[in-house]
Design a protein around this ligand. Structure first.
Ligand code: C2O
Ligand code: CU
Ligand code: CU
Length: 479
């Protein structure tokens, strides 16, 4: 069954050593090196307004449908979208106010909409079998928003289709705010910019080419749905909420000249304090919230957000090391103030259960089209982990591979990273609340989560979508 599902695309090699099937860029591929860089303006995804609201709930409607959009200058690409927008729209939700989202599926494939990082009841989690029928099926998801502020995103999760559906465009942004976040003086409005980053592969017709495990060929970098765009800024302090929505690509971001910038948050919202950094790394599914102060740059300055590929290499350096160009053009000029404290993290209750989770896949390539968690490929009919409602658990998660990176995402909860490779995490981006954590080859992390609020069946998996589609996914049941 898993094999059958996997066969939706050409199955490539799982390892880094052997190119994926058709790996040498085929004659019919658009060469990323030839795509113009920094000639298109980076758009902002439209904010979706509720069609109705009461004091306690806001009601939204979205339609999944195909659209033709300009990703590469001068070409139209057929994509799968939420509401015709690529990436999907931005929902701005408030903690304590329910969001009720009706999704209509006008695509030709079944979908399931998952709100990544959200604390939601089972029937609104967008499980792999909880499908919305193609050709007009609908489902209403209720997001209670009974959780602190966080930078969430929604994406398809249909069984064995999620990797391709997300690659083709089914991804959107969900910014959940609360009084703690609002209580900080942070850039707002036109100075608070969500950016979905990802990669893609195109044929010479300008159409997306999806194949499983095809990371070596996905070498066009997109920011908010445009290949290598530019973004005009004023000489002010900006907040950028960056989402890695790529299927497999890691982004290791820095500015031209390695100028410092300020890291203020990650997956589960603000960090306790801002941190000055010169780079941030995002594995697929992870988010960072950063501030860049353009005050010191004279009008006319351009600077690049660059990518230093490390964990998942491949692709011409001239293409994959470029991401986005900032152009300092705005006349506004204002010295920004970075707050000293941002938030107090919730206390860590004592844990009562310890578990070990091992992620692995065959590194010899060729036949290795399966991903394993604790030696098993995903089976939707199996409960892998039974969890007592309300319990606090420590999971020791290991990447057993020597060359393949993985990461680890748990539905329903925001967790804390206690240790990485035996070393307590006391600084850096992982001191905050997380829902996805990177695991370089051979690494082990210890994470802690409390399973409260809802009972039912949820997933945990590697968020390298192609790996999840190969079976690196499991079921937990909170009872
Ligand atoms: Cu963003 Cu189950 O995933
Ligand atoms: Cu998720
Ligand atoms: Cu993986």
């Amino acid at each position: 069954m898993l094999k059958a599902g996997v066969a939706t695309g050409a199955v490539g090699a799982a390892g880094l050593l052997i190119p994926a099937t058709g790996g040498s860029a085929q004659a019919s591929d658009l060469d990323p090196v030839n795509i113009p860089k920094f000639t298109q303006r980076m758009p902002l995804a439209p904010t979706l307004a509720p069609y109705s609201s009461t004091g306690t709930a806001e009601y939204y409607a979205m339609t999944m449908k195909e659209a033709d959009v300009e990703i590469i200058p001068g070409r139209l690409t057929r994509v799968r979208t939420f509401n015709g927008s690529f990436p999907g729209p931005v929902i701005r939700a408030k903690s304590g106010v329910r969001a009720v989202v009706q999704q209509t599926n006008n695509l030709s494939v079944a979908t399931s909409v998952h709100l990544h990082g959200a604390h939601v009841p089972e029937d609104s989690d967008g499980g792999p079998m909880d499908l919305i029928a193609p050709g007009g099926g609908t489902k209403t998801y209720t997001y209670p928003n009974q959780q602190p502020h966080a930078n969430l995103w929604f994406h398809d999760h249909a069984h064995h289709q999620e990797s391709e559906n997300v690659f083709l465009g089914l991804s959107g942004t969900y910014l959940l705010t609360d009084d703690v976040e609002q209580g900080n003086v942070l850039p707002k409005g036109a100075y608070d910019i969500p950016i979905q980053l990802r990669d893609a592969r195109f044929n010479d017709q300008g159409q997306l080419v999806y194949a499983m495990d095809d990371f070596l060929n996905r070498n066009v970098i997109l920011a908010n749905g445009k290949a290598w765009p530019y973004f005009e800024v004023a000489r002010k302090l900006y907040r950028f909420r960056i989402f890695n929505t790529a299927n497999m690509r890691y982004f290791n971001l820095s500015l031209t000249g390695n100028q410092p910038f300020t890291l203020i948050g990650t997956d589960g919202g603000l960090l306790p304090r801002p941190q000055e950094v010169t780079s941030v790394m995002l594995s697929p599914g992870e988010r960072v919230d950063i501030m860049i102060d353009f005050y010191e740059y004279p009008l006319g300055t351009t600077l690049e957000l660059k990518n230093a590929p490390d964990a998942m290499p491949g692709g011409p350096a001239d293409a994959i090391t470029k991401v986005l160009q900032f152009r300092v053009t705005g006349t506004g000029k204002e010295f920004g103030t970075i707050p000293y404290d941002l938030r107090t993290l919730p206390a860590l209750p004592p844990a009562t259960v310890n578990r070990s989770i091992t992620l692995s896949m065959d590194e010899n390539g060729m036949a290795s089209d399966l991903g394993y968690i604790n030696g098993l490929v995903y089976d939707m009919n199996r409960v892998d982990t039974q969890i007592a409602y309300g319990s606090t658990e420590i999971w020791t998660v290991t990447n057993a591979n020597k060359i393949i990176p993985h990461n680890f995402h748990i539905h329903l909860v925001q967790f804390r990273v206690l240790e990485r490779n035996g070393v307590p995490v006391t600084s850096g981006p992982e001191v905050g609340l997380k829902d996805t954590v990177n695991l370089n080859p051979g690494e082990t992390v210890k994470i802690q989560a409390t399973f409260t609020g809802y009972r039912g069946t949820y997933l945990y998996h590697c968020h390298i979508f192609d790996h999840a589609a190969m079976g690196m996914m499991a079921t937990m049941k909170i009872v």
